[in-house]
Design a protein around this ligand. Structure first.
Ligand SMILES: NC(=O)c1ccc[n+]([C@@H]2O[C@H](COP(=O)([O-])OP(=O)(O)OC[C@H]3O[C@@H](n4cnc5c(N)ncnc54)[C@H](OP(=O)(O)O)[C@@H]3O)[C@@H](O)[C@H]2O)c1
Length: 320
């Protein structure tokens, strides 16, 4: 893990960064860079509702093509499924020898974007949402980030990636910058999203809630037990690790956990996880995501409707 003492700010000093997109990551990265003394341009499509927010922060707002043409480093911070079209639009405007930046390796790793050979291609991927990246920076702290280089046309790509991570605040106390690769970041990120924290954990909470309710337990109580306590677990694991979490709970809870955890998450779960990991190593997921976007997100819309109408959501609302 690298921290501020290991990170040289010089490679980004005096250079102009274009941030394309002003959403979750775009807003946080543009403001952190600006506050670190870097000249920032924000590239937004005409009519963007966020242009006013960026301008109110004192940032210069241009179209993506104009911003890219003025910058030495162009960072694509719109949704991954839209990045190939955005790159195709801005590519002719990119300066010779400029750097192209990402916060996730998906498009480059799966070949959805093939950057021009004269460009440095770097990734700085903060390990958390933009709101937290910005909040930590304003508190004098930082967020852990992975840095990687996919194409080193100038010989300076690594130095630039690490300087960019420093300007985001990721080298500060409590954070740090980890050298990685586009392949490792992409596969591990997609795997966690699909099979662990964002995919399996909510599915486990829902299954627990439904099992109790189907057996006649009050839905409010089922929600409090199976869903609400997740925050207690997350705080303990973050502060003390899994071993420390076990020490902090009652013997009754710990005894039950040691018996029940391995029964629910048995060897078959790891077999299915391994199958998902090998599927993610191919480009099938990235292409399915592009298809989902091209057809206006039918799966995401249906699943969002289903979650809003669920008994679990009704129990949550009844407790507000
Ligand atoms: N979200 C996270 O916590 C997180 C964490 C680490 C890395 N990342 C990575 O960061 C990148 C950005 O993700 P995000 O969640 O920050 O995205 P996001 O918030 O959904 O991005 C929204 C911004 O993208 C712009 N945009 C959307 N479609 C566009 C298009 N076709 N052309 C031009 N601009 C377009 C939007 O423009 P308008 O203003 O016009 O709507 C808006 O300004 C992704 O690579 C993601 O994997 C995200």
């Amino acid at each position: 893990m690298l921290n501020d003492a290991d990170l040289d700010p010089a490679p980004i000093k005096g250079r102009t960064v274009a941030i394309i997109g002003f959403g979750n990551q775009g807003r946080a990265q543009a403001l952190n860079l600006r506050d670190s003394g870097i000249a920032v341009r924000v590239g937004l499509r005409p009519g963007s509702a966020r242009a006013g927010d960026a301008a109110a922060e004192g940032l210069t707002v241009l179209t993506p093509v104009e911003a890219a043409g003025e910058a030495d480093i162009v960072v694509l911070l719109a949704p991954d499924e839209h990045l190939p079209a955005i790159y195709a639009e801005i590519a002719p405007a990119l300066k010779q020898g400029a750097a192209l930046g990402f916060a996730h390796g998906l498009c480059v790793h799966y070949g959805l974007i093939t950057p021009r050979p004269d460009l440095d291609v770097i990734m700085v991927a903060p390990k958390g949402p933009g709101a937290a990246l910005r909040r930590l920076y304003t508190e004098g702290r930082g967020m852990v980030a992975l840095a990687a280089v996919a194409q080193d046309a100038t010989g300076q790509a690594w130095a630039l990636a690490l300087a960019y991570a420093k300007a985001l605040g990721s080298g500060r106390a409590g954070a740090g910058v980890v050298r990685s690769t586009f392949e490792q970041e992409t596969v591990s990120d997609l795997f966690n999203e699909a099979a662990v924290v964002w995919g399996a954990v909510p599915a486990l909470l829902e299954a627990g809630f439904e099992t109790l309710v189907d057996a006649g337990i009050d839905p409010q109580l089922a929600y409090l037990e199976c869903v609400k306590e997740l925050k207690l677990l997350a705080d303990l694991v973050e502060a003390r690790g899994i071993a420390g979490m076990r020490e902090a709970i009652s013997n009754t809870a710990e005894f039950g956990a040691t018996l029940g955890g391995p029964r629910v998450v048995d060897g078959a779960v790891k077999t299915r996880m391994a199958a998902m990991l090998s599927e993610l190593r191919s480009d099938g997921f990235a292409r399915a995501l592009s298809e989902e976007a091209a057809t206006d997100y039918p799966r995401l819309r249906a699943e969002r409707r289903k979650a809003s109408a669920s008994a679990l959501e009704a129990a949550r609302k009844s407790l507000l």
